[in-house]
Design a protein around this ligand. Sequence first.
Ligand SMILES: *Cc1c(COP(=O)(O)O)cnc(C)c1O
Length: 391
Amino acid sequence: MPRDPRPGMGLRPVINAAGTMTSLGASIARPGVIDAVTEVLPHFVEMDDLQRWACSIIARETGAEAGCVTSCASAGISIGVAGAMTGNSLARIEQLPDTEGLRDEVVIQAGHLCQYSAPIDQAIRITGARVRAIGTINEARFDQLEAALSERTAAMLFVVSHQTMQYGQISLEHSIEACRARDVPVIVDAAAEQDLRGLIQRGADLAVYSAHKFLGGMTGGIVAGRKDLVRAAYLQSAGIGRGMKVGKEGIVGAMKALELWRQRDHAAVREERQRVLALWRSAAQSTDVGLSIVPDPTGNPIERLRLDFRTVTGTTAAAVAGALAAGDPRVIVRDEFLDRDMFELDPCNLHPGEAETVAARLGEVLAALPVAVDPGEMRRRAHAKRVAWPD
Ligand SMILES: *Cc1c(COP(=O)(O)O)cnc(C)c1O
């Protein structure tokens, strides 16, 4: 591995057992990606031609008609929505976020209104579009979707993510059925999904992926789908998409990441992750902590180790997560279930040797259990720290 620049910047090493997190610098850029980016950086390129090349690669790798690269998946949602409103009219593109004369409603199930460190509805609203939420958080029905679709509807946004409500929602198939009958495109936010072909195959009009999550590319977003919609999304670079610009390095990095993803020995990667999970499991085995290997909730071929502290007295999952994060090196766990007194360890973003360090730190912390911490209180403290940046 190349030199670690973090100490020179005053940064403490951090081990990521959480998953792909923007707040931790996303993922480990793959060495082939870094090489490809280094090669292109000194050169001038005609950006429309570079994106035309990317279009053909995205089409090949996803089975879609067309594709383009943007600065991130969140940007992909925004330019996808904007394109659904403007088509390829530059005049309309320049008009946004003023939506006068345009279809400007985006339908989304209330249970899909999640946040990924920023609220997803804002990715819609910054285009000028209005959010039309359907149903309640734990139930959205087909008839509610049909009733919400009108001549004002520009698109439906469908979110595939563990961050959404996982029951009581309208399926992608039913969403497409209702929208297609009214000529409304369905845009799928699949930022962290590994199935690059399935969503397009199932009929999504646009699918949006992050280049810097499982793919291990540079920071970037990949938009794939119907050619007219991809064209309209791409052309937003002359409008609201300008502030979401991706550079040549982002485009080349994303394309190299796609190529490497196809060539990757996924079975070997999975086997190594099983080994890591078994190691972590044995590090916690002799304690009262409930241990289980849980599959990814949206069907990505990933398993994680879940540690359940409801059976442990005197501490909480939040306290243990806090102790791991406060150690040296810092170990960051997957914390979405702290309120249920559980957390998970994710084996997907580790450098060689780090799995062993996590196992050792886990053993140490579990041997001397930290005093219980309330997860709500912990979040309040994290919030206070965040808004005091840069202090
Ligand atoms: C990560 C994520 C995003 C944002 O992706 P970026 O590429 O970081 O902008 C959007 N939606 C979902 C469901 C995500 O998980």
